[in-house]
Design a protein around this ligand. Structure first.
Ligand code: NAD
Ligand code: ZN
Length: 361
């Protein structure tokens, strides 16, 4: 088993990575939420897979609340239905929550935990690759609104993260590959050697080789943990984790979430590499390496449907990460190197953004 420790001012928690870990699901949840009445919050698909034994044995005798799978459930409406249901069932201040599923379950159940009776502790049990190596770590929770992604939320670090790569066997191919895009991001912004390992081991990763997967999850979690430990609330270095995301969030919104988050991140990295190259902060070769790796990993490097640049620009402009009116980007500065402080992100004007978006058509 590997254990990565995340250090937040609000609390220190372990991320446990081990094939077969969830065979001890009930005991581990009790251990990290001692003495609490724990309820699981899962999406319907994941709960059905669990009951059908498709995730291996994941023992759970407690209550489970579910919501329809998918990004469109990550809303205040679902949040209010879940919190009302907890109140109706009499969950009190001694309750605990386990977020069981992908990044949507993690963000949504995490936000329920952050707000229910002014906050109760919770455990993350991520079941998608994307949630395992990225979303479950860092303590960001929240929901989307009509104006954009993750616009209402809270920082609420979990008591523990339980990552079992074996449950990924059930993940549909497209969802599995989407998760790899966040790992490419981690390599690009923080660790050239890791990026090059993915280039060499792409075949094993695509076959979901157990040892390769365990290393992938471990290394990505280590990178994310080290960045968020330094900077809990995104005033500083944490912003580098948003690489690719200014464009990614705009793509998700402009397509009404038809593009899965991970695929949008891959495309976002390419457009933002092009932008970084045009501003002169990165060599054009870096974008070419990222495009080649994404393609090898079976991820899209071009938009399948044309999207008017105006719609993407409008979506970017309402993104919460903008300061002083300018759209800002966490640009790569080299293979394995992100920008540096005190600014961390770079503003770009409309003409430069339009030109960069052409990299996707
Ligand atoms: N909080 C953060 O720091 C952070 C970071 C990155 C992404 N996110 C968020 O994460 C979300 C995307 O997460 P996601 O890609 O996991 O999406 P998701 O949670 O919607 O899961 C994708 C699909 O996979 C299914 N699924 C989950 N586990 C499965 C399994 N083991 N086998 C088969 N099917 C399974 C789900 O039912 C769902 O249909 C986005 O909302 C994004 O904003 C948050
Ligand atoms: Zn992301």
């Amino acid at each position: 088993m590997s254990e990565v420790v995340v250090r937040h001012a609000a609390g220190t928690y372990p991320v446990l990575v081990e094939p077969g870990l969830l065979a001890r699901f009930d005991r581990l949840v009790a251990e990290h939420l001692p003495g609490r009445r724990v309820v699981a919050i899962a999406d319907e698909t994941v709960e059905q897979l669990r009951r059908g034994g498709r995730l291996g044995a994941v023992p759970w005798e407690g209550e489970t609340l579910t919501f329809p799978a998918g990004e469109r459930s990550k809303t205040r409406e679902t949040w209010s239905r879940l919190t009302d249901e907890l109140l109706r069932r009499g969950y009190g201040r001694d309750s605990g929550i386990v977020a069981f599923g992908g990044g949507v379950a993690g963000d949504l159940a995490g936000f329920v935990a952050a707000t229910y009776l002014r906050g109760v502790p919770y455990v993350q049990a991520p079941t998608t690759l994307l949630a395992m190596l990225d979303a479950s770590v860092g303590g960001k929770t929240g929901v989307d609104t009509a104006e954009g992604k993750n616009l209402v939320g809270a920082f609420h670090p979990p008591a523990a993260v339980l990552a079992d790569p074996l449950v990924l066997a059930a993940l549909p191919e497209r969802a599995y590959r989407a998760g790899l895009a966040e790992a490419v991001k981690h390599g690009l912004i923080a660790d050239r050697e890791y990026f090059e390992w993915m280039e060499r081991e792409a075949d094993r990763l695509l076959r979901r080789d157990a040892a390769a997967l365990a290393h992938l999850v471990h290394r990505s979690v280590e990178i994310k943990a080290s960045v968020v430990s330094e900077d809990e609330r995104e005033g500083g270095r944490r912003a580098i984790l948003n690489a690719g995301h200014t464009v990614a969030h705009a793509l998700e919104r402009a397509t009404d979430y038809r593009i899965p988050h991970g695929e949008a991140v891959g495309l976002g990295l390419l457009a933002e590499c092009a932008l970084a190259a045009s501003i002169g902060v990165v060599q054009p070769e870096v974008g070419a390496r990222v495009a080649a790796l994404l393609a090898t990993l079976g991820l899209p490097t071009r938009l399948e449907e044309a999207i008017a640049p105006e719609r993407l620009l409008a979506a970017m402009e309402s993104d919460k990460k903008n300061r002083g009116g300018a759209v800002r980007f966490a640009l790569p500065h080299g293979l394995g190197t992100a920008g540096s402080g005190p600014d961390w992100t770079t503003p770009a004007d409309e003409a430069a953004i339009r030109a960069a978006l052409r990299a996707l058509s």
